[in-house]
Design a protein around this ligand. Structure first.
Ligand SMILES: [Zn+2]
Length: 149
């Protein structure tokens, strides 16, 4: 009974002094950056799966948004069944910076500028090997090299 009262009183105290407690916490955090880093690392290690799923959800949502912006289907063959088999083709490959570039800030602008095409995995591979003649103006420097090899 006494313990319950004590807990209640602590709860009440925290409620009434929340701003002070928060300020003190910030001061302590600033004084102990190494401990905060350690705590962060530990938290990440114990919540790895949570972060993985959260990131995956975020990236899939982002990908869906860009797919919708690009018409929702492969420009080569019209495929639209599975988001995992749809890829972003860079018309100007020299501007491509990483494999998963769509989470970069300027990707949306690239779509608006008409620099990105939506292709299914098959059409994308064919394009990069220079076999797909239906998609004009999308041959990258590497695929041109392959044609001449
Ligand atoms: Zn296709």
């Amino acid at each position: 009974m006494i313990n319950v009262d004590k807990k209640e009183r602590q709860k009440q105290y925290r409620k009434e002094h929340s701003k002070e407690i928060y300020t003190l916490q910030l001061i302590w955090n600033k004084k102990h950056p190494e401990k905060i880093k350690q705590y962060g690392r530990k938290y990440y290690q114990t919540h790895k799966e949570y972060f993985r799923i959260k990131t995956q959800k975020y990236l899939r949502k982002l990908k869906q948004k860009f797919i919708d912006m690009l018409g929702g289907k492969c420009v080569g063959c019209g495929y639209d069944k599975f988001i995992g088999a749809l890829e972003f083709h860079h018309i100007y490959p020299e501007e491509k910076e990483s494999k998963y570039e769509y989470y970069r800030k300027d990707f949306e602008q690239k779509i608006k500028d008409g620099k990105i095409q939506l292709l299914c995995a098959n059409c994308h591979r064919e394009t990069h090997y220079g076999k797909n003649t239906q998609i004009s103006g999308t041959l990258s420097a590497s695929s041109i090299i392959l044609i001449f090899e």
